[in-house]
Design a protein around this ligand. Structure first.
Ligand SMILES: [Zn+2]
Ligand SMILES: [Zn+2]
Length: 146
């Protein structure tokens, strides 16, 4: 039951800890994920909001609109600029964490690839990762695993 995962930003100023298993794990090639990562896709790991605890450091918040026109509250380290965490209007009960920010990301396996319409042609993903050309469907409830 003590399923902890830890992570933090590049400079180590901000550190977090999660409890339990992620509710949702997605790859995403939306405009925001490409910009925040500086890469072709982001790895988004969502936990119940209250099961993510920032154990150290300060975060700065930036609010923006998603490709689907809803708000994203993005939080990053003001020292090194690492994008660490976010909350979506679309999934307000969950808190997203950047998959690459975990110290040991081996437990993370994506279920879906959203905004896959922007997937580069040279990138192949495993057959059990469902491709959603646009955004994913809404969470059914807090136990949603879909
Ligand atoms: Zn930092
Ligand atoms: Zn995205």
């Amino acid at each position: 039951m003590h399923d902890f995962h830890k992570g933090g930003c590049v400079c180590g100023q901000a550190r977090f800890r999660t409890l339990g298993s992620p509710r949702r794990v997605s790859l995403c090639s939306c405009h925001w994920c490409r910009k925040r990562t500086g890469s072709v896709l982001g790895l988004s790991v969502y936990f119940d909001w209250e099961l993510v605890i920032f154990t150290r450091g300060q975060l700065k918040t930036h609010r923006l609109n998603s490709d689907a026109g809803r708000w994203i509250k993005s939080q990053f380290c003001p020292e090194c600029g690492s994008a660490l965490s976010w909350t979506l209007e679309f999934l307000p009960r969950y808190r997203g964490l950047a998959g690459g920010a975990f110290d040991h990301p081996e437990f993370i396996y994506p279920e879906r690839y959203v905004f896959s319409r922007s997937k580069p042609e040279w990138l192949e993903v495993a057959n059990d990762i469902s491709l959603c050309p646009n955004m994913a469907g809404p969470a059914k409830d807090v136990r949603d695993q879909s």
